[in-house]
Every structure is written in structure tokens, then in C-alpha cells.
Design a protein around this ligand. Structure first.
Ligand code: ADP
Length: 492
């Protein structure tokens, strides 16, 4: 029946080929078909094709075959569905079969091309099962118009539509009326068409009409030549996250408002306190002036106490005023940090000489910062490193920087008296000091200033230290400060 050449081609064909007569008997099979069905050479000949199909499907197959014989146009059997086929040993495999009618002489034959697609099929069915079983994501398949063609269990869990709900005919129903009026569903599909995918978050509607915060990804599905044949839509319910974000946002807004209020209060209080203080000072001078004769030793010492107290209070009030004003006119500027440190050291030169302090300053970056406040930060830390030295031990101060991804970290290390672990938090609070002014002078405002300045730079400040072990103050500064940042400080 076949020439040698055709026979060779026929046998090397990657699909199994069966020639079947009008009664459904195999009259010819290539070697691939024999191997696929597990028969020895020529064993297939004369077999009814239905014997190559599991019994449950054989009857239906027979009907299909007879139907096919009546309508002899070439076609794929059972559309895009795949048949189960039976091997000689009784095992089953998935076969994709296409049929072609052949008229040879008076004989009406059918050529069946059989491809073993078991691996593809089991992968696909596993994939579909996997998607179907996913509960945390609602996964929907849409046609090119947005009509829902398929969806998984997650849709029922998240959005409330069960498998046989016909209401979910178009994914538009998931959008609010307002969004639908603004044609948002179509815009989302258009974006996915244009860019391959569209990602968005927003309030969507469940079957029962309640709202949920959805994070959705629409992806265009294309066929081989690249035509869009539909979309996949994957939805996650992030309502809980959205709610906690809302709560957090409200808290932080309330906190900001409270902070502003406090700063405002500090500003007004310190501003207004100055006035009665100068009145007291003026009155004392007046008393001195009016009483020409000496006041007596005791009275003089009382007056000195009052004057010292006034001076101390004045310093505190000025400190408080400075603290509340800090950052009110802040301005972002690119600075060479090495230059800033050089200037601070020059300003502190007299003290540096007196204390015989030595410095090591590592390589420093160029950085955009609130330059005035940034300089004050270094000034406070270096001046503390000089001040809190151990008696008789000249201060040795090391200043370094480290590039740490989104921010720069700076460290100021000294060999001074150190800070006990239990005090390392409270020293950043305003007016908190660990020593008497007679021991180490100061107001307890410096580190509170530092904290405020660092926060203005979207960073944090902390200390590593222990008693008698020196201290290292670390602080971070964001690399991406924006000019648009809301101004700190108070409106008075
Ligand atoms: P002040 O220096 O005016 O006391 P600060 O706010 O600058 O106020 O510091 C608060 C306290 O933290 C200081 O009183 C001191 O006890 C401690 N402190 C700050 N810097 C150092 C340092 N480098 N070494 C040891 N203790 C320090």
C-alpha cells in the first residue's frame, strides 16, 4: 500500500497515525501508534478503534465516529477537548486526536492523528485545580469584553458569588455605581490592554452590597499570534489592612496636632514668662537703687540667690524658646558634611585647646539637609563629647559616617564618663540631666534639640555607652528629603 519512502516518513511521524475503515476497524498503523498504544508490530490491525478507548467513553466515541463519517469535512474531534485513550496493558493516557477523511479507490477511510498529551494535560489540570482551590485570592477569567467566563473558590469566599451565580456576568458589578459612571472598569481593561497589566486598589462591592478594599491585578491574556483573547483578574481583600492604616493615620494626625499644640504652648509660655522675669529683675535693681545705704550681708546674699535663680530661669526659658522655634524656618541645602564639621570645630577651638582634645574625622558625604539645624546637631554632640570627659583624661573624639541604603549614619564617639544603660533613653527628653550644674554645666536641652533635628531629617538617634566606657552617639539622616516636607514648628 505504501512506497518505501512514504512508509519511512509515515513511521517517523512524531504522532501516531491510524487508518480506520468505515466500520471503525484499524487497517493501518504507524510504528509511533503501535508504541503509543503498547502493541507489537501489526497487532493493531483489525482492531475496532473503540477498543483503544476506555469502556466509559467507547459508546460516545462510536457515535462521534459515525457522525464524522456522515460529515466528512476535516475537523478536530470534540473541538478542543482531549480524549482518554487505552493502552494494551489497560493503562490510560490523554490523547489529542484530529481526524481526516480519505477516499482511496472505493474505500472511505479515516486517518486519525494521535498525540500523547498526558504530561501537558496533567499539568494543566493540576494548575486549574490549584487555581480553583486558592481561597485567599479571588481569581476570575474575563473575555475581551469583561464578561466573566470562569472563577475560583476565592471569589465565593471574598466577594460572595458562588459557582452558579449568574449575576456575576460582567466584572463591572464589582465596581461602585460611581466608578461605573466614570467608566473605571473599562479604563482598567484598556490599561491592561495597553500595558499588559493594570494594578489598582480601591473600594469594590461584594454580592451582598457591602464594600471591601480590593487590591486588583488585571492581566491581558494573549493567544499565540499575540491577540488579546481575555483577561485574568486577581483580587485580594485588604480591608483589614486598610482599616488599620486608617487608624494609624488618624493616630499620627492626632499626635502631630498634639505636638504642634505643645510646641505652641512651649513657645507662648516661654515667651510670656520672660516678661515677669524681667519685671522681677528690674524691681531688684530698683530696690538697690532706691536704698543708697548698704543692704546688709544677709539681704545681699538673698538678692544674689534671687539674681542667680533669675539667670538660670532665663537660660531655661531661652532654651525652651529655641526648642519650640527649632525648624520653623528650615531650609534644605546641599552641604559637604566635612565642611560643616570643620566649621563646628573652629567655633569650639578655645575649648578644644583648653581640654587638649584630639579628633579623628572619617570620610564624609555630600548631603541635602536642613543646614542650620544639621550644624547645630554636630555642635551639640561634639560639645557634649568635650564636656563630659573624665577628669585628667583629654577627650579623644572620633566622627565617622556610614552609607546605609536609604540613609546615612553618623557616629560621634568619645572616651568620656559614659552613660549608664538605665539613663540612655531619658537623656533625649527635654530638661533631663544626669548631673548637677556645679558638676557639669548645662540645661538638659542639647540632646532634645538633637532628637528633634534628626526627626526633621526622617532619621533616629540613639547612644551606645556604659558608665566610664565613653559614649557613641549614632544618628541617621534620610537621603531623600523633599523640599515639600511640611514645616515643623508653630504658627504663633
Ligand atoms: P546638657 O549637656 O545641657 O546637660 P544634653 O541634653 O545635651 O544636656 O544632655 C543630657 C544629659 O545627657 C547630660 O546632662 C549628660 O548627663 C548626658 N550626656 C550627654 N552627652 C554625653 C556624653 N557625651 N557623655 C556622657 N554623658 C552625656
Amino acid at each position: 500500500m505504501l512506497s518505501e519512502t512514504y512508509k519511512a516518513v509515515y513511521n517517523s511521524y512524531p504522532d501516531g497515525v491510524l487508518l480506520v475503515d468505515h466500520a471503525g476497524a484499524v487497517v493501518q498503523a504507524n510504528q509511533r501508534a503501535e508504541k503509543m498504544f503498547g502493541f507489537d508490530e501489526a497487532e493493531l490491525l483489525g482492531k475496532q478503534v473503540e477498543s483503544l478507548i476506555p469502556a466509559d467513553y467507547a459508546e460516545r466515541h462510536k457515535k462521534n465516529r459515525e457522525e464524522h463519517q456522515k460529515n466528512s469535512k476535516e475537523r478536530m474531534m470534540m473541538g478542543d477537548r482531549v480524549l482518554k485513550a487505552l493502552r494494551k496493558d489497560g493503562s490510560v493516557f490523554f490523547a489529542e486526536i484530529s481526524l481526516s477523511p480519505l477516499d482511496i479507490g472505493n474505500e472511505k477511510l479515516t486517518a486519525a492523528f494521535v498525540r500523547d498529551v498526558t504530561i501537558r494535560e496533567s499539568l494543566e489540570s493540576r494548575f486549574h485545580k490549584m487555581i480553583g482551590d486558592v481561597q485567599d485570592y479571588a481569581i476570575l477569567f474575563l473575555d475581551s469584553e469583561g464578561k466573566v467566563t470562569n472563577w475560583n473558590k476565592g471569589v465565593e469566599r471574598i466577594i460572595g458569588y458562588s459557582e452558579d451565580d449568574i449575576i456575576l456576568n460582567n466584572f463591572r458589578v464589582l465596581y461602585s455605581e460611581y466608578d461605573q459612571e466614570k467608566n473605571i472598569p473599562q479604563t482598567d481593561l484598556d490599561t491592561a490592554l495597553e500595558c499588559g497589566r493594570a494594578e489598582n486598589e480601591g473600594w469594590r462591592i461584594k454580592k451582598d452590597g457591602s464594600l471591601f478594599w480590593a487590591s486588583a491585578i488585571i492581566t491581558a491574556i494573549k493567544d499565540e499570534p499575540g491577540n488579546v483573547i481575555g483577561f485574568s483578574l486577581v483580587i485580594r481583600d485588604l480591608t483589614e489592612r486598610k482599616k488599620s492604616e486608617e487608624v494609624l493615620r488618624k493616630h499620627s494626625e492626632a499626635l502631630l496636632a498634639k505636638n504642634k499644640e505643645l510646641e505652641s504652648f512651649a513657645y507662648i509660655a516661654s515667651h510670656d514668662l520672660q516678661e515677669p522675669l524681667s519685671t522681677i529683675k528690674g524691681m531688684i535693681e530698683l530696690i538697690r537703687h532706691e536704698n543708697q545705704m548698704p543692704l546688709g550681708e544677709e539681704t545681699e546674699s538673698y538678692f544674689s540667690f534671687i539674681e542667680e535663680a533669675i539667670e538660670r530661669m532665663n537660660t531655661l526659658i531661652r532654651g525652651l524658646l529655641d526648642y519650640s522655634k527649632l525648624g520653623r524656618n528650615k531650609e534644605l541645602k546641599k552641604v559637604k558634611v566635612a565642611e560643616t564639621i570643620r566649621e563646628v570645630l573652629a567655633d569650639l577651638n578655645t575649648r578644644i585647646q583648653a581640654e587638649e582634645a584630639s579628633f579623628i574625622v572619617g570620610p564624609m558625604p555630600e548631603l541635602t539637609v536642613y543646614s542650620v539645624e544639621f550644624r547645630l546637631l554636630f555642635q551639640n554632640l561634639i560639645s557634649n563629647a568635650l564636656k563630659f570627659s573624665r577628669p585628667g583624661i583629654p577627650p579623644q573624639i572620633v566622627i565617622i559616617s556610614k552609607n546605609e541604603g536609604p540613609h546615612w549614619r553618623f557616629s560621634v564617639q568619645d572616651n568620656g564618663i559614659g552613660i549608664h544603660k538605665s539613663h540612655q533613653e531619658k537623656i533625649f527628653t527635654i530638661f533631663q540631666r544626669l548631673h548637677k550644674p556645679t558638676q557639669y554645666p548645662g540645661t538638659g536641652i542639647g540632646l532634645a534639640h538633637c532628637k528633634k533635628i534628626v526627626e526633621m531629617h526622617e532619621g533616629s538617634i540613639w547612644v551606645e555607652s556604659d558608665s566610664d566606657e565613653g559614649s557613641t552617639f549614632h544618628f541617621t539622616i534620610s537621603k531623600t528629603l523633599k523640599r515639600a516636607a511640611a514645616p515643623a514648628g508653630v504658627e504663633v
